[in-house]
Design a protein around this ligand. Structure first.
Ligand code: GMT
Length: 391
């Protein structure tokens, strides 16, 4: 059956449910697709963090993983593919949108093999970075990543930079569509003064914020070194909203003698409260396909000092909405931070420009419509191919 431009779609979403850019993005996308009247089915080993199942048209299908002593290593891809096939058949999905080629697109392709005869959901694979710049470099995974990308019906990347990296890494067959991430800021629940007082900030202190799952690629040590190099070190406090293991960060802070300058919070749910309470953000990643935390910071009207790498220059307009520095150059980070401490008006102006820029380029409704248009164009090409084959 041909799907006209008004028919609501039935969409499956496969993502990692944990806190992390790709899972957050997939969750928010599913929610706004459901709010726009589409039927959305999440498939994962756990309910994605923050997924609001009270939204009509939104469903969650858990993947059950049993352990067998025969398997030395627990397997996820096979039960995931069985679940995908079940959900595709039971709910007649039009689109299966998988976040990551491996293992999600691979499982979707296996599911397709199992469903011979049933309506074929088109597989859309969104690459978030790891498939290309981490596992894509491993010869033991590379061929299956390329296979999973090549056999997807549509492929998207979250930035132009990741598209180029993907093309340089694999000679992939399907054209790649760039659809950036989005963020609609939530209002803070607490007043900034209350948050600053909870953090023990003096009135004249500037607060900068860094949010990430602390992995080596985030180079948080460079941020600490930048702090040591500041002219105005005594006026700045740095707040980490951290996921992952904070042990290494804590010992680095101690080794640098920065205990009175650095605050670390983990498992924070009311992120908006802390972003609203800060003056600007700071990010020192070595590689970042997009930088969803940066976008989140900018969306609250806070400018950002960050490294010029990957997709970051597509998110930040240098010297307008934020300030870019080379990777692994703490002195450049320090001079950008000093400038913002010295010139609070510049900090506020750049933050306001950032808020407006996010609204005009990265609003949820705009990016949702880009995905819907992409899904519909694939469906219409597919029905054209079927009708050509039958004549
Ligand atoms: O980098 C992370 O901490 C998480 C990772 C993920 O897989 O969720 O983030 C990747 O995807 C995000 C959403 O598209 C991007 O905003 C991040 O830039 C990207 N991380 C890297 O490229 C290192």
């Amino acid at each position: 059956m041909a799907i006209d431009s008004q028919t609501p779609l039935r969409i499956g979403i496969v993502c990692y449910p944990s806190i992390g850019g790709s899972g957050i993005l997939a969750t928010r996308l599913g929610e706004i697709l459901a709010k726009a009247g589409h039927e959305v089915h999440f498939i994962s080993y756990e309910k994605p963090f923050h997924l609001d199942l009270d939204i009509p048209g939104l469903y969650f299908h858990p993947v059950v993983i049993n352990e067998y002593s025969l398997f030395k290593y627990p397997d996820y891809t096979l039960p995931l593919s069985v679940r995908i096939a079940e959900v595709c058949e039971t709910h007649s999905l039009d689109i299966l949108h998988v976040h990551y080629a491996v293992p999600h697109a691979t499982a979707a392709l296996l599911a397709r093999l199992m469903m011979n005869g049933a309506k074929r959901a088109l597989i859309v694979t969104t690459l978030h970075g790891t498939d290309t710049n981490l596992i894509g470099q491993d010869p033991h995974y590379r061929p299956i990543i390329k296979y999973s990308i090549d056999h997807s019906d549509g492929v998207t990347t979250v930035s132009q930079s990741l598209k180029q990296q993907t093309l340089d890494t694999f000679t992939v067959k399907p054209p790649i569509e760039v659809i950036p991430n989005f963020h609609d800021p939530k209002p803070a629940r607490r007043k900034s003064e209350a948050v600053r007082s909870e953090l023990g900030l003096r009135e004249d202190e500037t607060l900068t914020l860094h949010m990430s799952n602390l992995r080596r690629v985030k180079r948080v040590g460079d941020i600490l070194q930048a702090l040591l190099l500041l002219k105005h070190k005594d006026k700045l406090r740095l707040l980490f909203l951290a996921g992952g293991n904070t042990e290494e960060l804590t010992s680095q802070v101690r080794a640098f003698g920065l205990e009175d300058r650095v605050l670390i919070r983990t498992d924070v749910e009311d992120v908006a409260d802390y972003i609203e309470a800060c003056d600007f953000g700071v990010y020192a990643s070595e590689q970042e396909s997009f930088g969803l935390s940066i976008l989140e910071t900018l969306s609250h009207g806070k400018t950002v000092v960050a490294t010029r790498t990957g997709g970051i220059p597509e998110v930040i307009r240098d010297s307008q909405t934020g300030f870019l520095a080379p990777v692994a150059a703490p002195e450049a980070l320090a001079s950008a931070i000093d400038r913002l401490i010295e010139d609070p008006d510049l900090c506020k102006r750049a933050g306001e420009a950032a808020r407006m820029d996010v609204l005009s380029r990265f609003a949820g409704s705009q990016i949702r419509d880009q995905y819907i248009a992409f899904y519909r164009s694939l469906l219409s090409q597919h029905s054209q191919t079927l009708s050509n084959a039958s004549t």
